[in-house]
Design a protein around this ligand. Structure first.
Ligand SMILES: C[S@@+](CC[C@H](N)C(=O)[O-])C[C@H]1O[C@@H](n2cnc3c(N)ncnc32)[C@H](O)[C@@H]1O
Length: 388
C-alpha cells in the first residue's frame, strides 16, 4: 500500500468507528479481509486510526469536520505532514483537497491538549491531577509505552533484559517497579519471543506492577483476586510470592485463558465460583480490581474516551460499591481489602472509599495511592483497607 492508500483506509475505518463500531474489532476485521496489506501496512493504518482517536476533537477542529476525512486531515496537519501530496485522488488515495480545506491548511494547527477530553470529565481530572492536568492530558494524546513484567519466580530482571536483547527486543528497568521493563525497541516482536512464551515476562503496565509490589505479600498467605478477569493481577502477585491464590470473576469466560497463563508462568491459581468463595476459609488479602471507566488507560483504548457517558459512570460506581461490600465479607480478621481501578476519576476512587468507610465504621484506610501518566505510568488507583 502507498502512504496515501493507508490514509484512505484509515479514513474509511474511522468513519465506521464514528458510526459506533468498536475500534479494535474494526481494525482486526479489516486486516483479516485485506490479504494485500502487509504487516507494515497494517501497523501504519492502526497507528493512523489510534492517533486520530487520541486526538479526535482537536484534529476534527483543524481538519474542519468530525468525519474520518476531517480528522485525518487535521491529524496530518498537527504532525506537519504534506496532506496535499497524500490526498492525491482515487482509486487508492483520498479525494484531492478542496479549496476550503487548502485554506484551512494555511491556518494554525496549534492545539490545547484539554480539547481532546470530553468537557464533562474535566472537573474530575482537575480534582485528581491539579496543576499536572495539562501534562497528563497531553500524555493521553500520545501513544502508550509498552511495559513488561518480569516473572521473578522464573528469572531476574537482568537476565530477562539479556534474553530479550538476543531476540531483538530492547528493554530497560523502570524506577516505578522492581519487576518492570520499559520496551524501547521491538515492542511488536515481544509475544513471539521465547522469553515471553516461556513465561519469563508478561505484558503489563508499570502502574499495575507498582500497585502489586506495594501489597505486603507473604509466603503461605491466602489471597483472593475477586475480579480476576484475564488474571493479570493475580499472576503478578504469584510472580512475586508463593502463596495460595484463588481467582474469581462474575464473568467466568473472562478467566478462560488463566489456566494456560498460569501454566506458562509456573503459578498455581485456583478458580472458584462465588458459591465456592463463600464456603472457603477467609482470606488474608482480597484484591478487587473493579470494572471502571479505564480513564487512566485511554491512550491505549482511545475510542472509549469518546464513548464513555455520565450514565456509564453512575452504573459503574454503583457496581464498584456493591463489589467492595461483597468482597469485604471474605477478608480474614487482620487481613487487607485492596481496592483498585485504572481510573483517574475521584467518584471511582477516593469517593468510593470514603462512602464505604462511612457505611462501615469498623474499617479504616491503611493507604491510598494514585499513579498518574506524568510518572510514566498509566493512571491507576489503589486503596488498602483494614478492619479497625
Ligand atoms: C478491570 S477488570 C479486571 C482485570 C483483571 N484484574 C486483570 O488484571 O486482568 C474487572 C473485572 O471485574 C469483573 N466483574 C464485574 N462485576 C463483578 C462482580 N460483581 N464480582 C466479581 N467480578 C466482577 C468483570 O467481569 C471484569 O473481568
Amino acid at each position: 500500500m502507498t502512504p496515501a492508500a493507508r490514509v484512505q483506509t484509515a479514513i474509511e475505518l474511522l468513519d465506521q468507528i464514528l458510526a459506533g463500531a468498536p475500534a479494535e474489532k474494526t481494525l482486526t476485521g479489516w486486516a483479516r479481509k485485506s490479504r494485500f496489506a502487509g504487516s507494515k501496512d497494517r501497523a501504519a493504518v492502526r497507528d493512523h486510526v489510534y492517533d486520530a482517536l487520541r486526538r479526535r476533537q482537536s484534529a476534527a477542529r483543524i481538519g474542519g469536520a468530525l468525519t474520518g476525512r476531517g480528522i485525518l486531515l487535521g491529524l496530518l496537519m498537527q504532525d506537519g505532514a504534506d496532506a496535499d501530496a497524500l490526498f492525491s485522488g482515487p482509486p487508492y488515495a483520498p479525494e484531492p483537497l478542496s479549496d476550503l480545506e487548502k485554506e484551512m491548511m494555511s491556518s494554525s494547527a496549534d492545539v490545547a491538549p484539554l480539547e481532546d477530553i470530553p468537557e464533562w470529565m474535566l472537573p474530575m481530572l482537575q480534582d485528581t491531577l491539579g496543576d499536572e492536568i495539562d501534562e497528563n492530558v497531553e500524555q493521553m494524546r500520545q501513544r502508550a509505552p509498552v511495559f513488561l513484567r518480569v516473572n521473578l519466580q522464573k528469572t531476574t530482571v537482568e537476565l530477562a533484559v539479556l534474553q530479550l536483547k538476543e531476540e531483538g527486543v530492547l528493554a530497560e528497568p523502570h524506577p516505578l517497579s522492581d519487576t518492570a521493563l520499559h520496551v524501547t525497541e521491538g515492542a511488536r516482536r515481544v509475544s513471539n519471543t521465547e522469553t515471553f512464551r516461556n513465561g519469563y515476562v508478561e505484558l503489563q503496565d508499570v502502574s499495575s506492577q507498582a500497585a502489586i509490589q506495594s501489597l505486603s505479600l507473604k509466603t503461605g498467605m491466602r489471597v483472593l483476586d475477586f475480579c480476576a478477569g484475564g488474571g493479570g493481577k493475580v499472576l503478578a502477585m504469584a510472580g512475586r510470592c508463593e502463596a495460595t491464590y484463588v481467582a474469581h470473576d462474575a464473568n467466568v469466560a473472562r478467566m478462560k485463558d488463566l489456566p494456560l497463563r498460569g501454566k506458562r508462568a509456573g503459578a498455581a491459581i485456583q478458580i472458584k465460583s462465588l458459591e465456592e468463595v463463600e464456603k472457603a476459609a477467609r482470606f488474608d488479602l482480597v484484591f478487587c480490581d473493579v470494572p471502571c471507566s479505564g480513564s487512566g488507560t485511554w491512550r491505549r483504548t482511545p475510542d472509549a474516551k469518546w464513548r464513555f457517558q455520565k450514565e456509564d459512570l453512575e452504573a459503574l460506581t454503583a457496581l464498584q460499591a456493591e463489589i467492595l461490600r461483597t468482597a469485604s465479607r471474605f477478608v480474614e480478621t487482620g487481613g487487607i481489602l485492596a481496592y483498585a481501578t485504572c481510573s483517574l476519576f475521584p467518584p471511582e476512587n477516593s469517593d468510593q472509599i470514603a462512602a464505604f468507610l462511612a457505611q462501615n465504621p469498623d474499617w479504616h484506610c491503611v493507604s491510598e495511592r494514585q499513579w498518574r501518566l506524568d510518572e510514566g505510568a498509566d493512571g491507576f488507583y489503589l486503596a488498602k483497607l483494614a478492619r479497625t
